[in-house]
Each structure stands twice: as C-alpha cells, then as structure tokens.
Design a protein around this ligand. Structure first.
Ligand code: SN0
Length: 315
C-alpha cells in the first residue's frame, strides 16, 4: 500500500481485517517497524479521535510523530493555483506539501469539504495536491468525500460483534443542526458493500448520496421498513448531495430513538462520533446496552495502526 485515501487502496480487505485482529490482539508486535520514521498529521479541521488514535498508532509502531493545526498553529494555506496571494493566506499548498514531505515519511491529512461547490469538493484537490507534491505516502484522515480510517474501524467493529456471516447493516440518516459532509456515509457505504454485508441506506427524499459510493446497497425511503430486522444501525447525519450542502429535513422522527430501534433485530448502535445527543441519537439508545460507539472509537487505533504498518512495509 502506498497511499490510503479510500477502499480502492486496499488490495484485499479480508487479509487487512486479519491483520487488524492480529494488531488488536498484540499491539506491540511491530514496535520497531517505524523506527527512525516520522508520521506528520495535518489538520485543516477539528479532531479528537482521529488525532489521538493516529498518533497512538504511529507511536505503537515506533515512529516519531508531529501534528499541526493548519490555520491555527501555522500559516493559512492557499489551495488554488494562479491566484494573487494578497489576502490572509501566506503559504501555497504546493510549497507546504513539498516541505512537509521532506520532514515526514508518511503524512495524514484532514480536510473537510466546504459544502459550497460540489464539483470543487468532489475533485478532492487538497488531498490530491498532497499526493502530487509531498512525494511521500498520504493517509486520509477524512477528506472532502471519504473517511476511510473511520470506515475501516467500523468494519472491524462489525466483524467483532456480528452473529451471522452477512448481517443487515443499516446506514440511517438522522437530523442535525449544521450542514455536515457526506464523507462518513459515502465511505461507510463503500466499505460495508465491499465487506459483503446486506447494506441498506435510509434517508428522507433529497438526501441521496453519490451513486458511485452506494452501488450494491439498497436505498429504502420507508424508514420503518429499513430499520426492520437490522443487525447494526449506523446513524449519521449528512447534508444533501443533490441540493449540495443544504439541510432539507429537521424531522425528529428520523432520530435514532428507542421506537426506531425496537423494529430491529436487537441491533447494535454505531456512530463515528462526535454525536449530538437527542438530535442524531436519543440518550436511551446511546446509553443503552446495544451501543458500541466506545469500542468503535477504540478500534480507530487498530485501523490506523494496521494501515500505517502496511504503508511502512512499502517504504
Ligand atoms: C464530521 C463529519 O464529517 O460529520 C466529522 C465526523 C468524524 N462531524 C462534524 O463535523 C460534527 C460537527 C458538529 O457540529 O456536530
């Protein structure tokens, strides 16, 4: 593996999952694999789990680590080409990527979509420019359209808890007060489909995701039908893809609550976190015995460590 920006960088998901469970069982088995190597993490947006889990994963592999909040700790970065840089952005992404690539052997990037211009966001220009100009492997720590480290952790978690070979996994849209990226649901859909699960997605009209991520999943607008007999419910808000970046529905009937969960096959509740209680999920569901969000977050270390180890092999 060179870069890790989507499921398409994974040669064999089954083998990567085996590696992940081995890593989870014995986190220090490769503690010298990253000796004298440096992992750099760059955040254009906020982070809690991604920052801490990826730093921990790199340290478990013996790497040196550095993390930088672009915009807060460093110069603001211009990402467009051909512009007169007479505003507040002092540094261009081309030089920034080139320089950071000389300091780091692997770079993780977090860069959310701006949710204004769909074509611009979906072109993934920030992560692609790092791939182009840094000259070292790049790991997505949530880009404009995907969050593969999260999705890998989600699949590890489902494998850990599933009781049948091919569980019914429901990605359930839920309300939110802010317009959020489609990255987590896009990515979750493509990983769940690749893992071979019965993948169902439910959302109000207008929240259809880009079909390139959902091919192979069932889109079910009838929420009750969708929740029925689900083994896992992955609740998540996202803003509209077709009416790009817009909030179209605020109906709290879509909250992942006890009424919806009662329709399932005693489903486990999942969410990538951070989650807005009593908007996305009711207290009783997230605090209930079927909530596996903390273990899911714990598996972020496992997913990051498995991916970094895979990239270290190629250096
Ligand atoms: C991000 C998202 O893509 O939905 C990151 C999730 C890992 N979530 C948020 O930005 C939530 C922010 C909020 O105000 O609740």
């Amino acid at each position: 593996m060179t870069h890790f920006t989507s499921i398409h960088d994974v040669a064999n998901l089954k083998i990567l999952l085996q590696d992940a469970f081995s890593m989870k069982a014995d986190p220090f088995q490769y503690e010298t694999a990253g000796k004298h190597r440096t992992m750099g993490l760059l955040f254009f947006n906020s982070s809690l789990r991604t920052r801490l889990s990826t730093l921990k994963a790199a340290k478990n592999l013996g790497m040196n680590t550095m993390a930088l909040n672009i915009n807060d700790d460093s110069w603001k970065i211009e990402t467009e080409f051909g512009v007169v840089m007479n505003g507040d952005k002092a540094e261009h992404i081309k030089e920034a990527a080139g320089v950071i690539g000389r300091y780091c052997d692997i770079i993780g990037i977090r860069s959310f979509p701006l949710l204004k211009d769909r074509e611009a966001d979906y072109s993934e220009s920030v992560i692609n420019q790092f791939v182009q100009y840094a000259g070292v492997p790049i790991i997505s720590m949530e880009s404009a359209t995907r969050h593969p480290l999260q999705s890998f952790a989600d699949i590890i978690t489902i494998e850990q808890y599933k009781k049948t070979e091919r569980p019914k996994v429901l990605l359930a849209w839920a309300p939110h007060c802010r317009a959020l990226p489609q990255s987590v649901p896009n990515s979750f859909a493509e990983w769940a489909i690749a893992a071979g699960y019965e993948t169902v997605i439910t959302h109000p009209e207008g929240y259809e995701l880009d079909p390139m991520f959902t091919k192979g999943a069932t889109i079910e607008y009838d929420r009750e039908k969708a929740y029925k007999d689900a083994d896992f419910v992955y609740a998540k808000n996202w803003s509209s893809y077709n009416h790009y970046g817009k909030i179209l529905c605020e109906d709290l009937a879509w909250t992942c609550n006890a009424k919806n969960m009662a329709l399932t096959n005693n489903a486990k509740f999942m969410h990538c976190l951070p989650v807005r209680r009593n908007l996305v999920v009711s207290d009783e569901v997230i605090d209930g015995p079927n909530s596996i969000v903390i273990e899911e977050a714990a598996n972020r270390v496992v997913s990051a460590q498995t991916v970094i180890r895979e990239i270290l092999k190629s250096l």
